[in-house]
Design a protein around this ligand. Structure first.
Ligand code: DGJ
Length: 733
């Protein structure tokens, strides 16, 4: 069962609202209850006696015939606690007595700013989708709330379309995709934070009264905070306990507010960041919010990430529901930086091919007058000094080595030292007459402008048309500043926050449609643009410029809470590492990257024969288990965070026929050996054969045993020392 219309006043009669046409805003005479069931989850909401849309239930799946009573607004607690404020509204307008975070805030042409949204109508699309229309009590602002539940995962997709049917324009000052509510309890909030080269730190903190704001004001997703949250109830942990989670599909400035009210209820509101926001809606116009996805599990954080990550694989990614396995790439950035040329890249390509690499990617430096980060961005023609005959000879060579070819671009940016900027200085985000702040010697093109959008699309389209390119690494190396758009009247200029990102999405979609074989990586100096919005148009992301293996272990742990391994590019680079001088073994570096989408990013000219042999052997081993590692169900058995000596993950294929187990030690002390690991998610009755990918199991470990044995007794690994790793596969017999 997907969407159902349940009882009227608990009587069991079908809701009169079903299929009703929009009511001109008057209070409806009935109180419909809407119920969505999917996976192990039920999400229910209804219309309260005042006409507001109110959440009724979000949690474990209820019985099919269970009756959910109609909504009843919260009682007034005191003169300070209005019912309008405390009632868990699905999408509250800022008006009446609302002090909590509004979902929608507008200013009307006459200065009125009171907005109170009441139920008007609903329409069911199919078993899993329903639109519910709410409307202001006196003015023609109509909001359609879109609901869709995924029948497998129970993940609910919510968004809102805001329409102005007033005779005059309205200014939207704040617009959420959705608000989700939880009843009063003790909760822990988890979220991801970071900085350049230090992305994906998992934070956990108790939720207390007041707001915890997760946001980006930077024009793009940002590395500082990621638009994902999880909320565990009571003692919920990695594999147990009720956990709610969500992710906002938006790559522009965003905000998620987690707020506990004075009655201890929690409301999570997410959408466009209201900071500096202003979207003018002329009569008849509408604004679509991003989509906010949210789900529930009683299997803790691990259960939450398995649900969300499978949902992303099967519903979000461009190749969903069955994304292809990611090619093992070689990327030349750390080897050459900007010093690329036909000869240099050709030599690296030969070495990469010898490792069994599938795709050769040339990074920054091939275009315009690009010798460093000081010049060239915006000029997307091939640099003739470095590539006298264009890219074709290199691409042909890469193909002759049985690899396909990928190329780095950064289309939304421009260096002031470029032909593009010299010709179009007005194309960048700026406030006329004011300074233009540069980062990495570059400015941000105003992609919201139609002429800029056309230039960027045409430049990328030309590159892809003229060259046999299988992959674009789409980089974005700074945040916005001075975000002016002076082509528009003053009261419309803030539309840049919406139109820039929409144009980015439409360029990516159009390029993919015109060049269907091309795959794209989202990179923003590392993990600065990773969210479910961009992942609808890109196949993978570059999680961090930090490729040090120990740091990557914790980053990968954080990353997998919100995003699937299938999207998590992971290069093996050189030792000692450029960022922190850490020395590590080739096997350790390889195994850490094999937890993700394996790639090679070191300077192969300096690798020893032994390094090359280890890498070649492990690339081949990776190919054999890649489907399980990147598309299976991940169990984070031991977290590498908080200075843990040990860490371990296990990934199980959806049909439970294979599992892959990785174990790492940071540095063992006092003779302690690796803890016995009880595996999870296997078929207890099936027999699994144990095979080593790298490293040894402890003496006496059986070569085959039941799933029950591996899960109850567990596996012991012979692993000691500093920065050591091991990996095993279990294959069902
Ligand atoms: C930042 C990216 O994260 C790096 O991998 C590399 O592509 C550089 N940009 C190139 O400028």
């Amino acid at each position: 069962m997907g969407v159902a219309f349940a009882s009227l006043l608990g009587s069991g009669a079908a809701a009169a609202a079903y299929g009703q046409t929009p009511n001109a805003g008057s209070h409806v005479g009935s109180q419909p209850v809407f119920r969505l069931d999917g996976g192990n989850t039920t999400y229910a909401f209804g219309v309260n006696e005042r006409g507001e849309l109110q959440q009724l239930y979000w949690g474990g799946r209820l019985g099919e015939h269970d009756v959910i009573d109609p909504a009843k607004s919260e009682d007034v607690l005191s003169g300070f606690d209005s019912s309008y404020n405390n009632t868990p509204q699905e999408y509250a307008g800022w008006g009446a007595e609302l002090y909590l975070e509004p979902a929608l805030k507008v200013t009307f042409a006459d200065g009125n700013r009171d907005l109170v949204l009441h139920y008007a109508s609903s329409s069911k699309h199919d078993d899993n989708s329903i639109d519910v229309v709410v409307k202001d009590i006196s003015r023609a602002v109509i909001v359609t709330l879109h609901y869709n539940i995924d029948p497998e995962s129970g993940i609910v997709a919510r968004s809102a379309t805001i329409e102005n049917h007033e005779p005059n324009p309205i200014m939207i000052e704040q617009a959420a995709a959705a608000a989700f509510s939880l009843p009063a309890a003790h909760y822990t909030l988890s979220y991801l934070s970071g900085r350049w080269a230090g992305e994906w730190t998992l934070n956990e903190e108790a939720i207390h009264q007041g707001q915890r704001v997760l946001e980006s004001r930077r024009g793009s997703t940002g590395v500082q905070l990621n638009p994902w949250f999880a909320i565990g109830k009571g003692n919920a942990g990695e594999e147990q306990g009720e956990t709610w989670f969500g992710a906002l599909a938006w790559s522009g400035s965003w905000r998620i507010t987690v707020e506990q009210d004075s009655l201890d209820k929690v409301r999570v509101t997410g959408g466009f960041n209201p900071f500096d926001f202003g979207y003018l809606l002329e009569p008849g116009e509408k604004l679509e919010s991003p989509v906010f996805y949210a789900g529930y599990t009683d299997h803790g954080m691990g259960g939450a990430s398995r649900l969300l990550n499978r949902f992303t694989l099967t519903h979000i990614l461009p190749q969903a529901p069955s994304p292809k396995l990611r090619p093992v790439i070689y990327n030349s950035w750390e080897a050459t930086q900007w010093n690329v040329s036909e000869a240099v890249e050709g030599a690296l390509a030969e070495k990469a091919a010898a490792l069994g690499v599938d795709r050769f990617v040339m990074d920054d430096g091939w275009f315009g007058q690009r010798k460093s980060d000081h010049a060239g961005l915006g000029d997307w023609y091939v640099n003739k000094e470095k590539f006298p005959n264009g890219l074709k000879p290199l691409i042909d060579k890469v193909h002759s080595l049985n690899m396909d070819f990928g190329l780095w671009v950064e289309p939304e940016m421009v260096n002031p030292d470029s032909d593009l900027y010299r010709n179009h200085p007005d194309w960048v985000l700026n406030f006329p007459g004011r300074p233009r702040s540069e980062d990495r010697n570059q400015l941000v093109l105003n992609l919201a402008r139609p002429d800029v959008r056309k230039y960027v699309f045409d430049a990328m389209d030309k590159l892809l048309t003229e060259n046999d390119i299988a992959f674009l690494k789409w980089d974005y190396n700074r945040n916005w500043s001075e975000p002016g758009w002076d082509q528009l009247p003053a009261n419309e200029q803030k539309k840049v926050y919406v139109e820039f990102t929409r144009n980015l999405y439409s360029i990516l979609a159009e390029l993919r449609a015109k060049h269907p074989g091309v795959e794209i990586e989202s990179c923003s100096g590392g993990g600065g643009r990773v969210d479910l919005g961009i992942l609808h148009y890109t196949d993978e992301v570059w999680p961090s410029d930090n490729t040090d293996p120990l740091d990557r272990l914790t980053q990968q742990d954080g990353f997998t809470h919100a995003y699937p391994v299938q999207t998590m590019a992971a290069w093996v680079t050189d030792s000692p590492h450029w960022l922190n001088s850490r020395t590590s073994l080739m096997t350790y570096r390889m195994l850490v990257s094999m937890q993700g989408v394996l790639g090679i990013g070191g300077n192969l000219n300096n690798w020893t024969n032994e390094d090359m042999a280890i890498a070649r052997r492990l690339v081949a081993a990776y190919h054999q288990v890649q489907k399980t590692v990147t598309q299976g169900d991940l169990y984070r058995l031991i977290s590498p965070t908080n200075g843990s000596e040990f860490s371990a993950t296990e990934t199980v294929s959806p049909d439970k026929s294979q599992a892959v187990f990785f174990a790492f030690v940071h540095s063992t002390q006092e003779g302690r050996s690796f803890p016995r690991s009880q595996l999870l998610g296997l078929d207890p009755k099936a027999i699994y054969a144990l095979g080593s990918i790298e490293g040894k199991a402890a003496e006496g470990t059986p070569t085959e045993a039941s799933g029950a044995w591996w899960m109850n007794h567990g596996i012991e690994v012979a692993l000691q020392g500093d920065f050591q790793g091991a990996a095993f596969r279990l294959d069902r017999k």
